[in-house]
Design a protein. Structure first.
Length: 169
């Protein structure tokens, strides 16, 4: 019987060094990396340098999404560029393990990430940038309550979600 994310919930935990190999494989998957601003295949060394830099940065939080029933890692989500003065941050680096794409886990994980941002980090606004032709992601963001705010480049749109919208749900 296939996993049902509405019944088989997920949890977020901080990313650790032991997660690097699996997240590198996920990130370098052709169907994933084509949606990153840097769509090149990245090396283990580049991934480690990124992780070490992120690990020291309190304004950059990366979480592993785990299925609660068995602890299986199903993806990754992030909050970064956290500005506590302006109460704003960017969300993204949403990566689903290839075998779990389309099963609904990312939507549940994004809802948890939004909750962390507003309830634990006391942020007031979240934003993300997405390629205009990434219809699957755009549909997900709209279903979560993100609103299109502007075009940031010829092929990239910005979406935002505020605490007021969160509180209305």
């Amino acid at each position: 019987m296939p996993a049902n994310p509405t019944r088989d919930k997920v949890q977020l935990r901080q990313m650790h060094r032991c997660d690097l190999l699996k997240t590198l494989v996920w990130r370098n998957h052709p169907e994933t990396r084509k949606w990153f601003k840097n769509s090149d295949v990245i090396s283990e060394k580049e991934h480690l340098v990124w992780f070490n830099r992120r690990e020291k940065d309190n304004a950059d939080l990366v979480f592993i999404v785990e299925r609660m029933s068995d602890g299986a890692p199903v993806g990754q989500v992030s909050i970064y560029g956290i500005d506590n003065i302006k109460s704003v941050a960017e969300v993204g680096r949403f990566i689903t393990a290839p075998e779990y794409i389309g099963k609904g886990y990312m939507k549940v994980a994004c809802k948890l990430l939004i909750k962390v941002a507003f309830e634990e980090l006391n942020l007031r606004r979240l934003f993300l940038d997405v390629y205009c032709n990434n219809e699957r992601a755009i549909n997900l963001y709209i279903s979560l309550g993100f609103k299109h705010t502007c075009r940031v480049s010829h092929d990239m749109d910005r979406f935002e979600f505020t605490i007021n919208e969160f509180l209305q749900e």
